[in-house]
Design a protein around this ligand. Sequence first.
Ligand SMILES: Cc1ncc(COP(=O)(O)O)c(C=O)c1O
Length: 396
Amino acid sequence: MPRRHELFLRHIAQTSPSPLAFTVHKAEGVFLYDEENQPFYDLISGIAVSNLGHQHPHVVQAVQRQAEDYLHTMVYGEHIQSIQLRTAAKLVSHLPEPLTSVYFTNSGAEAVEGAMKLAKRYTGRYELVAARNAYHGSSQGAMSLMSDSYFTGAYRPLLPGIRYLTYNDLSTVECISTATAAVILEVVQAEAGIHPANQSFLQAVRDRCDQTGTLLILDEIQTGMGRTGSWFAFEQYNIQPDILLVAKAFGGGLPLGAFIASNDVMKSLSHHPILGHLTTFGGNPLCCAASLAAMEVLEQEHLVEQVLDKGQYLISRLQHPAIREIRHRGMMFALDLGSQDRVLRMVELAKAEGLLVDWFLFNMKSIRLAPPLTISHDEMDDACIRLIRALDRLDR
Ligand SMILES: Cc1ncc(COP(=O)(O)O)c(C=O)c1O
């Protein structure tokens, strides 16, 4: 019998030459346990998914209960499933009017695809504007929004009609015109290494969209569900999107995303042509059960209200000369270590200290931290002591 690592390399498709290959034995709270049952702090939450840590009993019970009732019954949008209704209603209860209509998807990328199609169908235009260094997913439509030709070059031709503006640069907002169907933006550019939008920039984009009849799509796939200190990061900017995208933590640990719009905008998917977006598994009952339970935990444990305080607390314990800059919003952080070499070494040094950290897609000088929102102050103290020890070894 080949060893586990060989089976991993042989049967699990690889997308990088040197995968972390951490063997997960079990997970609980803020910890992942390896094959020897050694605990590791999960300081990245499966890339901003496990906001409640792992195996939260309320979520696990909700999934078990739903599994006993029914799993899949019919493709999206045909049957009335109480768990979908309750999940959509809970999500919408945290959103302003008129964001009331929810289209459930399997993933973040599918939410992006659905939103791009919806904007094209609603406006009758095909041009889309995205920001340089944004990441919206890896399907061909979502990838078309990526400005970095290193990642897209091999997959051309991608979608035509994509224009790029420079994030937080007011002068480039002019590229939004009456030919633009939608602008799609992250509220905090995550994979670029945690760059929050400026108020004046987001306001200028919103205004320009209003002037030109362009829809504003905000991608809160990484920032949503409390990660930045409010349920959605856009709430901190006094603006709102025409289409909101969620995924990652929205699924409570199971695969679920959504694009949300007004009923007026969303209904354009139902005629000329009908079946404007189709999905078999989007809104799967098991995923909705996990999502609803996760939102209930966020509410009941007042986790969103604690995010700003916890974020500041973590930063106050993370002072070290090897860190050139900390960029953060709530509980998402980038620690700038100055070079890719140091970042890769830090990932290994942190692992040796029992910490799982990661790098970013478009910022190879920074370490990513996005711990579960449930992390306690004691756990933050301990994790920071270990991080500082790893940083001490970085230049030895
Ligand atoms: C901001 C943002 N949008 C979209 C996506 C794509 O989501 P998924 O991986 O679920 O397709 C990601 C994933 O990292 C993301 O960070």
